[in-house]
Design a protein. Structure first.
Length: 488
């Protein structure tokens, strides 16, 4: 919890996590706006893929891109208005994973069997590779692995959120191996177009692959729309978020359809998928999914460190001492229940306290009293109990002698002066967390941050240059953009 005496905060979004880690509701709300704004822009790129997939499916009959995107939006209306929780789409996600795997396999088979394709001219390092083009390509790589913003929504929808790392241990390596395999095989087979499906020769197989890709991207769009629509619904009408009434469905549907309409405009404004993806990935995906988690981790680690040991020592104290009770030891046997309001000598235990080997360090701060509680709780025994009532001295007594059944050791670090534990700023705690890490971990964080900044500057510049060049070649936004002869 962020505050003593208050229920644990809701941490179902990256913005809410930022609000708690940085101790600023303003910063938390700003993070939410940026994260969901970035996600909404990404949705436009999915609508663009829906349109190009439909064009490829109907390659023999030229279809303007804006018309194809509009058809895709119409197809999505019913699903985005019906599905309202991620937990309702578990089987859909499994089906979608199998579907994209089939798309990749069929595309590779079709490309490999294409006898009209010239022999691939593969190089370990392409002769025309430049730093700018490399950074431009890196923006798409960044976007491909930019799913961290959604982890908290996924955990919130799980029956056992603590199982999420197990799922990531499967999904993380799977994504790395899949992306690397597709890139290497595609390059080795001579798939020279901007995407794998565009390199498939025209015929019945392309129609099947394009339709499967249309369905796959539609499901991805649906899942992310669920997150965005729930967020907007909660902002405007939180009381009926989970209701299944006509009014609640209308609110959810209104946001979903409005996002489809605005996404249609954005997709036609930048009708080049790779460049749109690179622009979004370089400008927003990197900072949000790679730099921001580092900042939140360091801020949380810094606050956690302020609750830990100093010089390798812990001092077990009565909870009331943390709230300003006398710092000298008292004799519990003579002071009764109020004896818990005095400190307990180092190395001893207060009545009702149970020391837990291998427990985790916990720090709860009270913004009202500018004080903190430090303690340990065992993950095996459940979560940390709430801190009594609003009366801080009574809350402290409840912590100290409340019940043997609550296995908590209240500890304060061995510091000189109570000012060491005042509320720290986010930057101070972040630097404190950074200093507590080993050199290799700090170096890795710096490397990630440096690469992200390079893609933001040089990669985005390269994508903007490509968009300008392609506009001169294929026409302005909202032009027909039908498949040309080489693409058909």
């Amino acid at each position: 919890a962020c505050n003593v005496g208050e229920p644990p905060p809701r941490v179902g979004t990256m913005g809410e996590v930022a609000s708690c880690a940085l101790r600023s509701k303003t910063l938390g709300r700003l993070v939410e706006i940026v994260v969901y704004g970035y996600t909404f822009l990404g949705q436009a790129s999915y609508l663009l893929v829906l349109g190009t997939s439909l064009q490829q499916c109907l390659f023999s009959d030229p279809l303007c891109l804006d018309v194809a995107i509009a058809i895709g939006c119409v197809v999505l209306v019913v699903p985005v208005c019906s599905v309202r929780k991620l937990s309702e789409s578990v089987l859909l996600c499994l089906f979608n994973t199998v579907l994209i795997a089939l798309v990749v396999v069929l595309a590779f088979i079709a490309i490999a069997r294409d006898s009209s394709r010239p022999a691939p001219d593969a190089h370990l390092v392409p002769p025309d590779l430049s730093f700018e083009s490399m950074m431009g390509a890196a923006t798409n790589v960044v976007y491909s692995f930019a799913g961290q913003w959604m982890y908290f929504e996924l955990m919130e929808s799980m029956d056992t959120p603590s199982d999420f790392p197990k799922a990531f241990l499967i999904a993380g390596p799977f994504m790395v191996v899949t992306y690397l395999t597709v890139a290497l095989l595609g390059y080795g087979l001579g798939a020279a177009k901007s995407d794998l499906v565009s390199s498939v020769p025209h015929g019945p197989v392309l129609r099947v692959i394009a339709m499967m890709l249309f369905i796959h991207v539609g499901i991805v769009y649906l899942l992310k729309t669920v997150v965005l629509a729930r967020y907007l619904h909660r902002l405007c009408s939180p009381l009926d978020l989970e209701a299944r009434t006509v009014s609640s469905y209308l609110k959810h549907s209104s946001w979903s359809i409005a996002m489809l309409a605005v996404g249609f405009l954005i997709a036609n404004a930048i009708p080049f998928f790779s460049q749109m993806l690179g622009l979004i990935g370089g400008l927003l995906a990197g900072p949000i999914n790679f730099v921001l988690p580092i900042i939140l981790y360091l801020a949380s680690l810094g606050r956690h460190s302020s609750c830990g040991t100093v010089n390798g020592r812990d001092v077990v104290v009565g909870a009331a001492a943390v709230f300003g009770a006398p710092s000298s030891p008292t004799d519990p046997s003579t002071s009764g229940e109020d004896g818990a309001e005095g400190a307990v000598a180092e190395g001893t235990s207060a009545p009702g306290m149970l020391e837990l080997p291998g427990a985790e360090s916990v720090c709860l701060s009270s913004e009202r009293d500018d004080k903190q509680l430090w303690g340990y709780h065992s993950p095996a025994t459940g979560s940390l109990p709430a801190a009594g009532s609003r009366n801080t001295r009574r809350s402290a007594r409840n912590f100290a002698v409340g019940a043997v059944s609550r296995p908590l050791v209240l500890s304060a670090t061995d510091v000189e002066g109570s000012g060491r534990h005042s509320e720290a700023t986010a930057s101070t705690t972040s630097f404190a967390g950074l200093r507590s890490l080993p050199c290799w971990e700090v170096s890795l964080m710096l490397l990630i941050t440096t690469i992200t900044l390079l893609t933001m500057i040089f990669g985005v510049a390269a994508q903007i240059k490509d968009i300008i060049q392609m506009e001169d070649e294929f026409g302005a936004p909202f032009s027909c953009h039908a498949l040309n002869e080489t693409e058909r």
